[in-house]
Design a protein around this ligand. Structure first.
Ligand code: PMP
Length: 418
C-alpha cells in the first residue's frame, strides 16, 4: 500500500510554523502549495528569457513563445486532448466557465431555453450562467441530490426537454468530495444532442483526466489547485465547438486582421486569448504537470484515497461528528482511469455538534491546522444541507496520516473547550 509519497521536502513552506506550531496544511481544495521546481522554473524564466510571446522576432521572444507553446502541448498530453488547438489558457476555472457561458449564450441561447446545472455547483458554475440568463431570458434547471450527497440521475434524465441547450456540472464537489458520474451524464446528454461542460477544478489535481474518454465538450480547471502558479488555468473545448463560438474578449493576439470597418479573428485557441497571456505562469503550470506525472497520477490518487479513507474513519469516531457527502472511497483503477462514481474524493466537509464552523476553524488555526470554513462558494448546496457552513479539510499529495491525526486531536481538543 503506497500510503506515503514522502515528497514534503519539495515544498519548503510545509516546514514553517504558525503560532509556534508546525503547519498542518489542509486547505488544498482552495489552493495547493508549490514545489521548488515550479518556483525555480518561473524565477529562471524571469531572470533569463523574459519577453512577450507571439509578437517578437527577437531571440528571447521566440524562446518565451516556445516555452508557452510547449506548455500547451504538456497540458494537451495531461488531459489527452486531440490537439493543442483545443487548449485555451485562461486565468483559472472561473474564467473558463465564464468564457463558455458568455460565448455559448451569445451564439446559441435565447428566450425560453434551458441550461442544466446541479445543486452542488460552485458559484463559478452558477453565477456566469445567471448573468447570461438575465440578458437572454433562458433559465437554469437544477439536478437535485440525495441526502448522502449523490446526484439523482433519474431526476437528471427528467430535466431534459426540447429547450435544453447545454449541461454544466462539476466533476468533483468542492464541499462533499462526491465524484459525480460525469461520463454517464455526458452520455445521457449526448443522447439528447446536448453538449456538456465539466468543472474539473477539484478533479484534475487528484486523478487522471482523459477528455476523449469522458467525451466532454468542455473541461475547465485551475493551475493553482494542482501545484502550479496562481492566475493560470485551462479551458479544453472540442474543436467543433471552439470553432463555432464567438470570441469572449477582444484585443491583441486574438485577431487576424483589423480595420475600422471589419475585424477577422484568429483560429482557436488564440481567438479566446486576448492580450498578453501569463506566459511565465503557463510555463510554471507545465512544470507542475511534469512534477505530477513524474510521481504518477495513479500513485497520487492511490495515496490520497488511502488518506481520505483513513480520515473518514478517524473523523467518524469523534462524538457529535457529522460528515457530509458519501462515505465510500474508491479503489483507484489504473486501467479505467476513472474513480468509481459517487465515491468520496480528497475533500471532507464536517460539523461537530453545535460548535460553529468558524469557531472550529479559528481554534484549529491556533493549533497550526489550516482548514477552510464557511459556505465554500456553494450557498445553494448549504441550503440543501440545511447548514450555514461547514469545516473542510482537503488533501494534496504531500499530506500524510500524521496530518490527519493532528487534525483529529485538534478537533477533540476544541470539543473539550466547549
Ligand atoms: N469550481 C470548483 C469546484 C472549485 O472548487 C473552485 C475553486 N474553489 C472553482 C470552481 C473556482 O476556481 P478558481 O477560483 O481557481 O477560478
Amino acid at each position: 500500500m503506497d500510503d506515503e509519497l514522502n515528497r514534503r521536502e519539495d515544498f519548503p513552506i510545509l516546514s514553517r510554523t504558525v503560532y509556534g506550531k508546525p503547519l498542518v496544511y489542509l486547505d488544498n481544495g482552495a489552493t495547493t502549495q508549490k514545489p521548488l521546481c515550479v518556483l525555480d522554473a518561473m524565477r529562471e524564466e524571469y531572470l533569463n528569457v523574459n519577453a512577450n510571446v507571439h509578437r517578437g522576432v527577437h531571440w528571447m521572444s521566440q524562446q518565451a513563445t516556445e516555452l508557452h507553446e510547449q506548455a500547451r502541448e504538456t497540458v494537451r498530453r495531461f488531459i489527452n486532448a486531440r490537439s493543442t488547438t483545443e487548449i485555451v489558457f485562461t486565468r483559472g476555472t472561473t474564467e473558463g466557465l465564464n468564457l463558455v457561458a458568455s460565448s455559448f449564450s451569445d451564439a446559441f441561447l435565447g428566450e425560453g431555453d434551458e441550461v442544466i446545472v446541479s445543486v452542488m455547483e460552485h458559484h463559478s458554475n452558477i453565477v456566469p450562467w445567471q448573468l447570461q440568463a438575465q440578458k437572454k431570458g433562458f433559465r437554469l434547471r437544477v439536478i437535485p441530490m440525495t441526502d448522502e450527497g449523490v446526484l439523482r440521475l433519474d431526476e437528471y434524465e427528467r430535466l431534459f426537454s426540447p429547450r435544453t441547450q447545454i449541461v454544466s456540472i462539476t466533476h468533483v464537489s468542492n464541499v462533499l468530495g462526491t465524484v459525480n458520474p460525469v461520463q454517464e451524464m455526458i452520455r445521457i446528454a449526448h443522447e439528447h444532442g446536448v453538449p456538456v461542460v465539466v468543472d474539473g477544478a477539484q478533479s484534475a489535481p487528484h486523478f487522471k483526466i482523459d477528455v476523449q474518454q469522458l467525451d466532454c465538450d468542455f473541461f475547465a480547471f485551475s493551475g493553482h489547485k494542482m501545484y502550479g502558479p496562481t492566475g493560470v488555468g485551462v479551458l479544453y473545448g472540442k474543436e467543433n465547438w471552439l470553432d463555432r463560438l464567438p470570441p469572449y474578449q477582444g484585443g491583441g493576439e486574438m485577431i487576424e486582421n483589423v480595420s475600422f470597418e471589419k475585424t477577422t479573428f484568429e483560429r482557436p485557441p488564440l481567438k479566446f486569448e486576448a492580450g498578453t497571456p501569463d506566459y511565465i505562469a503557463t510555463h510554471g503550470l507545465a512544470v507542475a504537470i511534469d512534477y505530477m506525472t513524474s510521481i504518477g497520477l495513479d500513485r497520487i490518487e492511490l495515496h490520497e484515497q488511502e488518506l481520505t479513507r483513513y480520515a473518514l474513519q478517524q473523523l467518524s469516531a469523534i462524538p457529535g461528528m457529522t460528515i457530509y457527502g458519501p462515505l465510500d472511497t474508491h479503489h483507484p483503477s489504473p486501467t479505467t482511469h476513472h474513480p468509481a462514481p459517487n465515491t468520496h474524493d480528497a475533500v471532507i466537509s464536517f460539523n461537530v455538534g453545535a460548535i460553529h464552523h468558524m469557531d472550529m476553524g479559528t481554534l484549529l488555526d491556533r493549533l497550526g491546522i489550516a482548514v477552510r470554513t464557511g459556505h465554500h462558494c456553494a450557498q445553494p448546496l448549504m441550503n440543501r444541507l440545511g447548514v450555514l457552513g461547514t469545516v473542510r479539510a482537503s488533501f494534496a499529495l504531500y499530506n500524510n496520516k500524521v496530518d490527519v491525526d493532528t487534525l483529529v486531536a485538534g478537533i477533540r481538543r476544541v470539543q473539550k473547550m466547549f
